[in-house]
Design a protein around this ligand. Structure first.
Ligand SMILES: NC(=O)c1ccc[n+]([C@@H]2O[C@H](COP(=O)([O-])OP(=O)(O)OC[C@H]3O[C@@H](n4cnc5c(N)ncnc54)[C@H](O)[C@@H]3O)[C@@H](O)[C@H]2O)c1
Length: 323
C-alpha cells in the first residue's frame, strides 16, 4: 500500500530518557486513512510533503509507532569528509581511501603546497572531488571560515577526521612554554575547534562520525614528548566525552592510536631511537599510512563503534618499551 507524507517535523532536541533525534509525521493512504509515523533520521534534510513510501510496523524506544520509509531516496546524497592535515602523510592516505569509497573530500591544511596538489589529484583519480581549505586548526576563526567554505561548496559534512598534528620534542626540563603551547594548540585545541565548528552541520543531517587521530604515545607516554603525549591523551578524553554528548544526535566519536607510521613525522625521529623502538615491538616495521586509512574507513562504516580508542600499533602496547 502506498502512503503519502502530508506533514512532518524533524525533532533535534534529545528528550531523556529516549535521547534520540527523529522525525515524526502523518501519512495518508488512497482511502484517506491517516497514521502517525516515525521517520529514520537518515532521511533528515531530504523529506518533502507529498513524497510517497511504505509503512511498516516497528518497535522503538518510543513504543510501537510505525515507520515510514520514503521511496526512491534510499541512496543518500554524496557524503562529505573533512580531513585536517589532509595534504600529506596519514591525512592524505585517509583522504584518498575515503574518496575511493565515494566521499567528496575537503582537504584542510595549513598550506597548499605540491604535496597538497598531489593529494587533490589522487582524489580526483580515485573518481571523487576535492576542495582544498586553507585552515590553521589551532585558530578558531580560521576553522570556522574553512568549515563554512566546505559547507557552501558541498552542502553538508558527514565525517570529520581530526588528523592535523605536530611534534616539538624535548625533555621536559628543556621544553619551553612555547613548545608546550604550540603542540597542545594544534593537536588538542585543533580537534576541539574543528569538532565544535562541524557538529551543527552533522546534527542538521541526522548524524556523522568524528575520528580523532591520537597515538600510542597518548596511551603509554614517550620520553621527550611530554607535550605530544599530553595532547594525544587529551584527545582520548575529548573522544569519550563527545561520544557521550553527541550520541543523541547520531554523531559517533572514535579515537585511533597508531604506532609509528611511515610519514615525515616518524622519519624525523633520530634513526638510533627508531631502530631501538622497532627492535622492541612484536612486528618490527613501520605502519603504512594506507593501513591507518583502512581502519578509518572501517570505523565510518561500522556503526557499532563509538566512544573507544582503537590502537593500531603492531603490538606496541603489549611490548615493554622502556626509556
Ligand atoms: N607518523 C606517526 O608515526 C604517527 C603515529 C601516531 C599518530 N600520528 C598522528 O597522525 C597525524 C598525522 O601525522 P603524519 O604522520 O601524517 O604527519 P605529517 O607531518 O606528515 O602530516 C601532518 C599534516 O598536518 C598539517 N598541519 C600541521 N599543523 C597544522 C595546522 N595548524 N593546521 C592545519 N594543518 C596542520 C601538516 O601541514 C601536514 O600536512 C598527527 O596527528 C600525528 O600526531 C602519527
Amino acid at each position: 500500500m502506498v502512503w503519502k507524507l502530508i506533514t512532518y517535523t524533524e525533532l533535534y532536541t534529545p528528550v531523556p530518557p529516549y535521547k534520540s533525534i527523529y522525525a515524526i509525521g502523518i501519512v495518508e493512504n488512497e482511502e484517506g486513512v491517516k497514521r502517525v509515523v516515525r521517520i529514520d533520521r537518515k532521511f533528515f534534510g531530504r523529506l518533502k510533503t507529498g513524497m510517497v513510501g511504505e509503512v511498516t510496523e516497528s518497535w522503538s524506544v518510543f513504543g510501537n509507532i510505525p515507520l515510514f520509509i520514503p521511496s526512491g531516496v534510499e541512496a543518500r546524497e554524496e557524503k562529505v569528509a573533512l580531513v585536517t592535515g589532509g595534504a600529506r602523510g596519514i591525512g592524505a592516505a585517509i583522504s584518498i581511501e575515503l574518496a575511493k569509497s565515494g566521499y567528496l573530500i575537503a582537504v584542510a591544511d595549513i598550506l597548499r603546497d605540491t604535496e597538497a596538489e598531489n593529494t587533490i589529484k589522487a582524489i580526483s583519480n580515485a573518481g571523487s572531488k576535492a576542495v582544498f581549505v586553507e585552515m590553521d586548526v589551532s585558530r578558531y576563526e580560521s576553522v570556522e571560515e574553512g568549515v563554512k567554505k566546505v559547507a557552501s561548496e558541498f552542502g553538508r559534512i558527514d565525517v570529520l577526521v581530526n588528523n592535523a598534528g605536530i611534534t616539538k620534542d624535548s625533555y621536559m626540563q628543556r621544553m619551553s612554554p612555547d613548545m608546550w603551547d604550540a603542540v597542545i594548540r594544534v593537536n588538542l585545541t585543533g580537534a576541539y575547534n574543528c569538532s565544535r565548528a562541524v557538529t551543527p552541520y552533522m546534527i542538521k543531517n541526522g548524524g556523522g562520525v568524528i575520528i580523532n587521530v591520537s597515538s600510542i604515545v597518548g596511551l603509554i607516554g614517550n620520553v621527550g614528548q611530554a607535550n605530544y603525549a599530553a595532547s594525544k591523551s587529551g584527545l582520548i578524553g575529548l573522544t569519550y566525552t563527545l561520544a557521550k554528548e553527541l550520541a543523541p544526535y547520531g554523531v559517533r566519536v572514535v579515537a585511533i592510536a597508531p604506532g609509528f607510521v611511515k610519514t615525515r613525522m616518524a622519519l624525523a625521529v633520530p634513526t638510533p631511537i627508531l631502530r631501538d623502538y622497532l627492535r622492541r615491538i612484536p612486528i618490527p616495521r613501520l605502519i603504512e599510512p594506507e593501513e591507518i586509512a583502512k581502519l578509518v574507513r572501517h570505523i565510518i562504516e561500522n556503526e557499532a563503534l563509538n566512544g573507544i580508542v582503537i590502537p593500531i600499533d603492531l603490538g606496541t602496547t603489549i611490548s615493554s618499551l622502556k626509556a
